[in-house]
Write a protein that binds this ligand. Structure first.
Ligand SMILES: NC(=O)c1ccc[n+]([C@@H]2O[C@H](COP(=O)([O-])OP(=O)(O)OC[C@H]3O[C@@H](n4cnc5c(N)ncnc54)[C@H](O)[C@@H]3O)[C@@H](O)[C@H]2O)c1
Length: 314
């Protein structure tokens, strides 16, 4: 592959920073643009001083200017944790709508390819299981989760409109729950919650009866899938995630066991509109990208627990 110049919005976040690592490792030039709303400079600080890396602290809901050519824009800026859906409601809507518009405008101006980080949340609380890309979703637009779900649905619509109206070469990845090193301890998602609780010897709080299911994809698998989609000529959305389903209770028990914790498991109230099931159908990714996750839950969770322990964040 020739050397590319890429802009990654949200590049100091969890997934964005792993993408920065991957592309720098492959010899590309990376501009990481992030306003550090939910990301951390520490996620990318090891690249400071690398002449192929630039960090720009900037809010992408405003007009974006980048000097020189760009081959690719990966639009990952957006808070993603349900814990932030109320606290950052308007900022989530703005980055999904205005931020996507600004990033697409830049892609058009530079003739760059564009990839949108969308989400399984576009399927809402799904009535179809597992979720295929042609399922249109069951979203409550005025619920607390609606700000995130609708922002991403709008972002997908805007991306397809720029593709159809202006011929921008676009990609849409619908990311299912992803976990791994560099998740924020206080980000409110189940895995960092459980790990921090287990490492501190506190009870793990499972919402509802714990029978609601999720699929969890290790970050290393996810970024390989994203890199493959970037190179494939597919403009319609592609699900990426792990097709292995597990209940929240199983997840909590696994984390207690892997962290050799003596924590108990207790049950808490289910949050509003919490999806009961969530499982990707990855047939499209398997067939068109020859991609599927290879890291099992125990291996990925062990690496993540070790990272939390090592960094002392928990
Ligand atoms: N982690 C997952 O499981 C998951 C699942 C589905 C979709 N996604 C999507 O992937 C992307 C990254 O998620 P993540 O888990 O890495 O979250 P994250 O919060 O770690 O990263 C998001 C980054 O975007 C930045 N940001 C937010 N608003 C911004 C703005 N207006 N201008 C510039 N930067 C801004 C944040 O500071 C942060 O660094 C998001 O778009 C999210 O919706 C993630």
């Amino acid at each position: 592959m020739l050397s590319m110049r890429l802009l990654i919005t949200g590049g100091a976040g969890f997934i964005g920073s792993h993408l920065c690592d991957l592309f720098l490792h492959q010899g590309h030039e990376v501009i990481c643009m992030d306003n550090l709303l939910t990301g951390r400079k520490a996620n990318v600080s090891k690249h400071f001083g690398n002449p192929r890396f630039t960090f720009v602290c900037y809010d992408v809901t405003h007009y974006i200017h980048v000097d020189g050519p760009l081959d690719y824009i990966l639009h990952f800026a957006s808070p993603a944790s349900p814990a932030d859906f109320e606290r950052l409601a308007i900022r989530i809507l703005k980055v999904g709508a205005l931020g996507t518009h600004k990033a697409l405008g830049l892609a058009r101006a530079k003739g760059a390819r564009f990839l949108l980080a969308s989400t399984s949340e576009v399927y809402g609380d799904p009535l179809s299981h597992p979720q295929r890309e042609d399922y249109r979703g069951n979203v409550n637009p005025i619920g607390v989760r609606g700000v995130y779900d609708e922002a991403k649905r709008f972002a997908e619509a805007m991306t397809m409109a720029y593709h159809r109206a202006h011929g921008v070469d676009t990609r849409i990845v619908r990311i299912f729950n992803t976990y791994g090193e560099r998740m924020r301890a206080d980000d409110g998602r189940a895995i960092p919650n459980f790990i921090t609780q287990a490492l501190a010897g506190r009870p793990l709080i499972v919402y509802g009866d714990g029978r609601q299911t999720r699929s969890i994809c290790y970050i290393g698998d996810m970024i390989q899938g994203i890199a493959r989609l970037m190179e494939a000529p597919i403009n319609t959305p592609v699900n990426l995630g792990n097709p292995h389903e597990l209940s929240m209770l199983e997840l909590a028990r696994t984390i207690v066991a892997l962290s050799r914790s003596s924590s108990r498991i207790v049950f808490g109230e289910l949050p509003q509109d919490d999806p009961k099931v969530r499982l990707p159908d990855i047939t499209k990714a398997r067939q068109l990208l020859q991609w599927e996750p290879v890291v099992g839950a125990e291996t990925g969770l062990q690496r993540t627990i070790d990272w939390f322990r090592r960094t002392g964040i928990a």
